[in-house]
Design a protein around this ligand. Sequence first.
Ligand SMILES: [Fe+2]
Length: 311
Amino acid sequence: MKIKKFLLAAFAIVFLGSLVPIFFVYLEKEPSPQTNAQALERIKNNQGELFGFIVLGDSHTGIIPTDSTFLKVIQDVNMEGRWKKLPIDFVADLGDVTFRGSAWDYKVFNKLRSKIKWPVISAIGNHDDDNKEGAALFARYVGPRDFSFAERNSYFIFTDNNRDQTYPDEQFAWLEGELKKSQAYKHRFIFMHKSPISARFHHFYRPEVSSWSQRFMKLCEQYKVDIVFTGHEHLFREQEFGGVRYVVSGGAGMPLDVPRWEGGFLNYVVVRVNGDYVDYEVEQVFPPVWRFVTLTIWQDAFYFLRDAFFR
Ligand SMILES: [Fe+2]
């Protein structure tokens, strides 16, 4: 009986211990926003051709479950600096930084972003201007939606494709101009919220039926883009088309879209640039204990039964 009570108490402590830290974050004073421009200021003097950056997406901050999960992701991300094996320059956030683009959501995003050890550079997601004040809040907390910068031997392009199934001609012209400029560098990377091709066949998000999809991918092929990073789909997936790698990393907070064994795990990606070469590693994040107990194991059980008996 005593053992039962002890185990129950131990479980309660671990469960609550994984949930309580986010409430302390809510109580903290909000820091002044570290916008993309300020992040770029911090990395402008970096030198050398061996470096790294981290990519994550879809934290959807503003509600307790996603905030608590993102905090756990951040703790893991911050560990990437250990052993000092690779200088990490920045963290790229692929958008849906907020749950629904409200003032509260941005406030929490700002607090959580400030906990990331490296400068954070963010793209806009389709939910970041859901709310009527969302667009102005994104501009204030993050900055412009389309921009680029050169760093070390690489060129980085962030672009806004949060509108439904379209990427206007003016943006194509801008993008092509940027890709031309990027030819002076060894590598080029694109960061945006939505992939031009869906990460899985059975999904209602099917950009491949829209005209921008092929046009976008052809440009990436033509200008030899190394990797296109996107979020939107809440999973991890890697694909390759026309010599261009496409990496989907949308697992920094929301419930995952697919079974764990199909990429449905919390994740971030560490990219390593070594002179002429680029590779990356996906890191799985173990969910906070409260989430593991109330969501992850049930989701796994559901998918297990579905895959075992109904497929
Ligand atoms: Fe999302």
